[in-house]
Ligand binder design. Sequence first.
Ligand code: DON
Length: 592
Amino acid sequence: MITRSAHCSIKVVLSVSLVLSVWPTSGQSQTNIGQSSVINEYNAIHHPVVGHKGMVSSQNAAATRVGVEILENGGNAVDAAVAVGLTLAVTLPRAGNLGGGGFMLVHIAGEQRTVAIDFRETAPALSSPDMFFGSDGEVDNTEYRSTHKSSAIPGTIAGLDHILRRYGTMEWADLVEPALRLAREGFPVTEDLANNLRVSKSRLMMNPVAASIFYKPDGQEYEVGEIFQQPQLAWTLDQLKTHGAETFYQGEIAKRLIEGMNNHNGLITMEDLKNYSVVEREPVRGTFRNFNIAAMSAPSSGGMAIVQMLNILENFPIRDLGYGSADAMHIMTESMKLAYADRSKYLGDPDYLDIPVEKLTSKVYAKHLAEGISMENARSSDDILPGDLSPYESAETTNYSILDEQGNAVVNTYTLMASYGSGVVVEGLGFLMNNNMGNFTLRPDIPDPFGLMGSVDNQIMPGRRPVSSMTPLMVLRDGVPFLLTGSPGGSKIITTNLQLLVNVLEHGMNIADATAAPRIHHQWYPDRLEVESGFSPDALRILTGRGHNLRFSAGMGSLQTVLFDGELYYGYSDPRRPGAMSLGVQNPRNWQ
Ligand code: DON
């Protein structure tokens, strides 16, 4: 293919932008970024929720309410984050968890410091690179996805305990209480939960304990509005409340967990649990226009990729090209491919690998990459055999974002990996275990369940943490959190977050319009540009003409976003996942 020189292609974009700049670019709100008037601007289509003294945004309304209650009772964002994290394990069992892990960004207002908390699951000591290959040399997909063996050592309880000890103000027992109450007394089954359990039935019925929890004794599904109680989970939460987080790693919970592992060929041992530790890391940092970005560092690839893509985009007049224009979509797609290509080569567990973060996130490197983007042609990725993605299509992770009145903030993205994780509930514990061993690279020529490629540096090794796409992120203005966001979506997490940032920081949309706007996704391999419905057919035709291999996609991600403009708190929960809710602290009654 003939590609125009980069210098020349950028000139083309600039001249197009001169023409476009006299027109409204997209029909979206052109609000000045961060101004408090966003709520009242009728040129915006969607409007965020407003709070006066803080905001909680999560994928489950009951959990959001718990978080707001903690803030209203004087807890800080960290206290609320602990309670929300535990509650989601009860009310959003497909992703909220005790048996998984994740990443958090915590901003401590008093110290003007943002820290990245790595509570990612870790490979057990007995794991090995070939543990999921059968004697025929093929990957045993059942072992890999749906067994005790597919679980890595969980980090969630250690992570929540860690932030509370360091940065919280309330008692652990008081923060466990709301989740315990919801598990013990039950809660009315929501439309979302009923529907999700219906869709996941065949998978959950494979594990007798899961079947006995999520369905009635005769195997029937729970109806909307019926009270759903989880006595086994209540036992576990009661242990946690009474004996603290240690009991998960060394006490009664640990004993039951290991018994289950021993009875079903799982690899996790008591020693593994005892050795599990949370790591505080430096966030990946970058800038975009005049904003400071802090995002999750390795073993998540998200921060690196987001900063790299923003750096590339800074070389183009994206705002002038306009949201949804073929040119803007083309440039964003080409940036995505470049970042995901680097992800496959350079990312791994930073405790075992030197990751060239500075180079990957440097403006100079990004400029070089930007110069290689042709405006006329999509760059092709080599053909590969795509992985079988079907079992993971409805996979779930979840994110929540919390900002309090003092300016403390927590963004937590945590996961069981697939929807309901491995589908395994250990007898007597009532919570699902992760199948996050699936985020390791089995072999560099085998894509992961999301189709992502990886290197030998992400192969299974005892003590290693698998590369992740989970990307809690914050935008700071003058050292103060301005925007918090994060999303589920497997490999699409990174591009989902990127588009929220570009829509707000570049296109000037409020967070509601920015969230609702249709998304695209490209991950280098497989070589296809996924698009949600709602884009202009004209733009899509132009993209196809440039060589993009277009595919329509189901809704991508579920952003849970908070924005603080210096005066008011805005929240918005992605409409792509029903049941989510953002709620402000001390909103005037009868307003919204
Ligand atoms: O860490 C990761 O990248 C994956 N375990 C995330 C899984 C996920 O987002 C599934 N949800 N939609």
